[in-house]
Structures are given as structure tokens and as C-alpha cells.
Design a protein around this ligand. Structure first.
Ligand SMILES: [Mg+2]
Length: 385
């Protein structure tokens, strides 16, 4: 069997937010990769949280032509080839995103050829995965975010994540003292969410790398009284030394890893004691081929893994597959984004997601919807997740 075609489509998916009468739009950048074989198999992978045009170009102009003619079942061989082409000196970043999208498509093909869902090829540890809901976005004001927490509780989620930090470092050139003001507002927002969600709910916060160490520690200590189960990406560029030090200065557990594209970064997180929870993401961190190795490292070091960086329908296969799988992130904006161009996605029940028995990923892109979405304006480097 041979790969005959590799095609990436850059997408910027703009979504209308229809919660609590909020009339806002939010968008996500995604690259969809389609891989075809000479035996007629089609596999689909995605990547996200990057500029969609750059990564699509890396796939269409570089990586795709390199792997034409390769056997799609040889995912280790192909991964190695792409590593030396796109990230030969261990560079993390966009090259890793391109590898991830291709690798996910290869596993989709592998499942279809073997007649098994991807989660079973990864080990088949359990047929259902626990979810946490990412609901608490910056587009809610401090009162709305409490109302939203109640709404998600009513929808069966007792594990809830909200954003903090509000892009404070990114905004500091245009605004005075945005970090202190951002975390003061966060303290109120977290309190409102805890009061609305009730004491049984598990709460998580995520700063998306938008704070410095000083403000991240200050915020962690302020919100410790609200029983925070982890503080995700608290510090800019996931600084290993500063996160390790942060862990000695707060009781709130630290989590990171969703935007890391090479395995050695996870090794550094582990050996430096930088995090309590590792958060590899299959659509960012090199696909299933690399992330199952990260899961293996986590297992050896007895560290939990949970999904950060969203895209639950791809990450559920990892957490159901490996024995030390953890929670999957049911991120509202990312779920709605996937619903815009995938058919056959599973629906959560009581905070859990059942894995499909269908070979491969178990869902397919709606290529008519993809072609329509591809005509929309791109993010011009503003795509986010
Ligand atoms: Mg995150």
C-alpha cells in the first residue's frame, strides 16, 4: 500500500456565541489534512492553535510531497522522515503541528485498514472517557461567567475549566498595568464561578501562558481558597524553571504541555518537577505516534496525563487507548468548531464520552462543509485556540 495524495486545507472557523444572549463571535484556526492511498483508503487529521496558512503550506509544499509513495502503515518511518525534514534541530512549533496532522490521518487509515478504532490500536484500555468542560471564556463578563457555570452544571458537567490571565502579557504594550488588573478581575471571576458551581464541582483555571511568574503565583495564592484542581499554562512560554519554582510557592497544582510539539519538552517538565499534570495533545504534539510515547514517560514517572488544548474527538482515542489515560477536554468553542465540519461525532452523556467501534477515528469530515468554510477569510495570524 502506498500514499498517493496528501492535501491540507487551512480553515478559520468563525462561530456565533449563542449562550446567555451573548452576541459575539469567536474563531478557531484549524488545518485539515487528507491522506489517500492507492487502495482507496482516506485518512483525516487535523492540527490547531497556530496560523492555518503557514501549517497548510508546510504540509502541501514540503511534507506531503516527501511522503508520497510511502506505506501509510509505517507511521514510525514517516514520523522520522518528517522530523528530519521539518524540525531537524529539535525546533518546536509549526513544523510539529504539520507532523501531528499527518500522523493523525495515518492512524485513521491504519484503523480503517485493520478494521479497528484508533483507541483500540493504542491499547484499548477503556471504552469511555471522563470529560471536563471548558466553558469559562473571556467573552463572559464576571456575572455571566457564574450563570454559564450553572448552565454547564445543569448539562451534566461537574468538572469545569475557565480562562484567566486574559492575554495580559500580549496586551501590555497598549495598556498600562494589564497583569495586575487582569488577575484582580480573575479573582472575582473565579469566586463567582465557585459560588455558582457549588462546592462539589471540580474547578480548573487556564492562563494560556499569558502571565509572568510573579503574577501567576500571586493569582494562584489568591484563588487557592476556591479549591482549584489545576492551574494550566500559568507562565509565558511554559518556562520550565519558573513553573518548577511556582510549584514550591503555591498549593495549586500546575499543568502544561498542550502546545509542546516534541517529546523532550515533556521530559524536561518531568525531570525538572515543573508540572503536576502533563497535558499532551495529539493534534499538536506529533500525533498518536509521539504522544503515546509521552504517555509512556508519564506512566514511568507515575504522573497523570489529561487533555489540554481541546479537540476531544481526537484526544479521546489516546485517553481511552493507554492504561494511564486521563480526562478529555470538552472545550465548547472547539467542539462547535468540529461540529461545523465533521459528521458522526459522539455526544457526551453525564460528563463521559463513549468511544466509537467504527474503524479509524470513527467520524468523517463533511467535505462540502470544508469547501464552503475554506472560502471564508483566514485568520491572518490571529487564529487561536
Ligand atoms: Mg489550555
Amino acid at each position: 500500500m502506498k500514499i498517493t495524495r496528501v492535501e491540507a486545507t487551512p480553515l478559520y472557523i468563525e462561530l456565533k456565541i449563542d449562550i446567555l444572549d451573548i452576541n459575539k463571535t469567536n474563531g478557531l484556526s484549524v488545518v485539515l489534512v487528507e491522506v489517500e492511498t492507492d487502495e482507496g483508503h482516506l485518512g483525516h487529521g487535523i492540527t490547531a492553535i497556530m496560523d492555518e496558512d503557514v501549517v497548510a503550506s508546510a504540509v502541501n509544499d514540503l511534507a506531503g510531497p516527501t511522503i508520497i509513495g510511502e506505506n501509510p502503515m509505517a507511521n514510525e518511518r514517516i514520523w522520522e522522515k518528517l522530523y528530519w525534514q521539518l524540525t531537524p534541530r529539535g525546533q518546536t512549533g509549526y513544523g510539529g503541528h504539520a507532523i501531528a496532522a499527518i500522523d493523525v490521518a495515518l492512524w485513521d487509515i491504519k484503523g480503517k485498514v485493520l478494521g479497528e478504532p484508533v483507541w483500540r490500536l493504542l491499547g484499548g484500555a477503556r471504552p469511555t472517557v471522563p470529560l471536563y468542560a471548558t466553558f469559562g471564556f473571556g467573552f463572559f463578563d464576571r456575572d455571566q461567567i457564574g450563570e454559564a457555570a450553572k448552565l454547564w452544571r445543569e448539562n451534566g458537567f461537574d468538572r469545569l475549566k475557565m480562562t484567566v490571565g486574559m492575554n495580559a502579557l500580549k496586551r501590555r504594550d497598549d495598556e498600562r498595568r494589564p497583569l495586575l488588573e487582569a488577575i484582580r478581575e480573575d479573582r472575582i471571576r473565579v469566586r463567582n464561578v465557585r459560588e455558582a458551581a457549588g462546592e462539589e464541582a471540580e474547578l480548573f483555571v487556564d492562563a494560556n501562558c499569558s502571565l509572568d511568574q510573579y503574577h501567576a503565583i500571586m493569582l494562584a495564592n489568591w484563588i487557592e481558597e476556591y479549591d482549584i484542581a489545576f492551574f494550566e499554562e500559568p507562565i509565558t512560554h511554559n518556562n520550565v524553571r519558573q513553573m518548577a519554582e511556582m510549584r514550591t510557592r503555591t498549593k495549586v497544582p500546575v499543568a502544561a504541555g498542550q502546545t509542546e510539539t516534541l517529546a523532550y519538552r515533556f521530559r524536561d517538565f518531568i525531570t525538572a518537577g515543573a508540572v503536576d499534570v502533563l497535558q499532551p495533545n495529539v493534534v499538536i504534539g506529533g500525533g498518536y505516534t509521539q504522544i503515546q510515547k509521552v504517555a509512556g514517560m508519564a506512566h514511568a514517572f507515575n504522573m497523570p496525563i489529561d487533555n489540554g488544548g481541546a479537540f476531544p474527538f481526537h484526544n479521546m482515542h489516546l485517553h481511552a487507548g493507554v492504561m494511564n489515560g486521563g480526562m478529555v477536554e470538552y472545550h465548547h468553542v472547539s467542539v462547535e468548531c468540529c461540529k461545523a465540519f465533521f459528521k458522526g461525532l459522539p455526544e457526551p452523556k453525564d460528563g463521559w464520552l463513549d468511544l466509537p467501534e467504527t474503524p479509524g477515528l470513527g467520524f468523517e469530515p463533511d467535505m462540502d462543509a470544508v469547501r464552503e468554510l475554506a472560502k471564508a477569510p483566514k485568520s491572518m495570524g490571529q487564529g487561536k485556540g
